[in-house]
Design a protein around this ligand. Structure first.
Ligand SMILES: [Zn+2]
Length: 241
C-alpha cells in the first residue's frame, strides 16, 4: 500500500517535496528506514508542536535523498538525508521564535537550529531527532558570513553544517511595503473577522509568503499572519547584480 501520511499533519507529499527535485526531475523517496525516522521525528517533535500551538506549521524541507542533497549543496552529514531532520516555518500568528523556544524548553531533540533571520526571529527552524543514539539536545544558530556559519548557542560537541535549499525557495517570496494611514491589522487567518495578532505601521517592509483571495500571508521580524492585500504595495523584485 502506498504511504500517504508521515503523521497526522504531515502528508507524504509534504515530507518529500523539494522544488529542486521537481525542477531537476529527481526522485526523492525515502526507503523504509528513512521513512521510519521521519515518522518518529514527526511523532516526537512535529505533532507535539502542532498540538501545542494548534495552528498549521509549514514544512519547508524534510527528507532529501543523497542525490538531491548533493544537488543543493547540502552537507554530507545532513540529517535530512536520513529522514531525521525537518525545516519548519510558523504560520497564523505564531512566530518561528515561539516554535524554537517551545522545542528547546519542552521537547527532546538532537539538533535545533535558529536559521538566519534576526535576533528576534529566525527565517525558519531546523530540528532533528534520532533513534540511533542519545539525542544531543544541541542548540545552534546559523548566521551568514559569506557562507553559512553555525554557532553553538548552548552545550554541544560538534557543529554539523547543512546548507539549504530554502535559499532558493525563499527567493520566490515577494516583498511589499505597508501603505496605510493608520495601522494595518495582522490577522491569524485570511478573513476580516479573524483574530488580530498584531499591527503594522505605514511603510513597514514585509515578506509575502503566499496569497489567498485578497489577502497576503506575511512575515516580519515580529509577526506572521495575514493582511489585506489592499494595503500593501508590492516591491519590484530587484536584480541580484
Ligand atoms: Zn534543515
Amino acid at each position: 500500500m502506498a504511504v500517504t501520511k508521515i503523521s497526522k499533519h504531515i502528508s507524504y507529499k509534504e515530507g518529500t517535496h523539494s522544488n529542486t527535485a521537481v525542477r531537476r526531475r529527481m526522485r526523492n523517496e525515502p526507503d523504509e528506514t528513512q521513512l521510519a525516522a521521519m515518522k518518529l521525528l514527526s511523532k516526537k517533535v512535529f505533532e507535539p508542536l502542532r498540538v501545542h500551538f494548534d495552528q498549521p506549521i509549514r514544512v519547508n524541507s524534510f527528507f532529501r535523498s543523497a542525490a538531491l542533497n548533493k544537488a543543493i549543496g547540502g552537507s554530507r552529514t545532513s540529517q535530512h538525508c536520513s529522514g531525521e531532520a525537518i525545516d519548519i516555518d510558523a504560520t497564523n500568528g505564531i512566530t518561528n521564535k515561539q516554535l524554537f523556544d517551545y522545542i528547546q524548553d519542552n521537547l527532546e531533540f538532537d539538533q535545533l537550529i535558529w536559521e538566519f533571520g534576526t535576533d528576534k526571529e529566525p527565517d525558519w527552524v531546523h530540528v532533528s531527532y534520532t533513534a540511533n543514539r542519545t539525542n544531543r539536545k544541541q542548540v545552534l544558530k546559523a548566521v551568514k558570513d559569506g557562507k553559512p556559519v553555525y554557532q553553538i548557542i548552548e552545550k554541544g560537541i560538534s557543529i554539523e553544517e547543512e546548507v539549504v535549499e530554502e535559499a532558493a525557495s525563499k527567493k520566490k517570496s515577494k516583498k511589499g511595503v505597508v501603505a496605510v494611514k493608520t495601522l494595518l491589522n495582522v490577522r491569524n487567518k485570511p478573513s476580516k473577522d479573524a483574530k488580530v495578532v498584531g499591527q503594522l505601521k505605514n511603510s513597514k517592509k514585509i515578506k509575502i509568503i503566499s496569497e489567498e483571495k485578497g489577502w497576503y500571508q506575511i512575515k516580519t521580524s515580529k509577526y506572521s499572519g495575514w493582511v489585506s492585500a489592499k494595503y500593501v504595495k508590492l516591491k519590484k523584485a530587484t536584480s541580484s547584480s
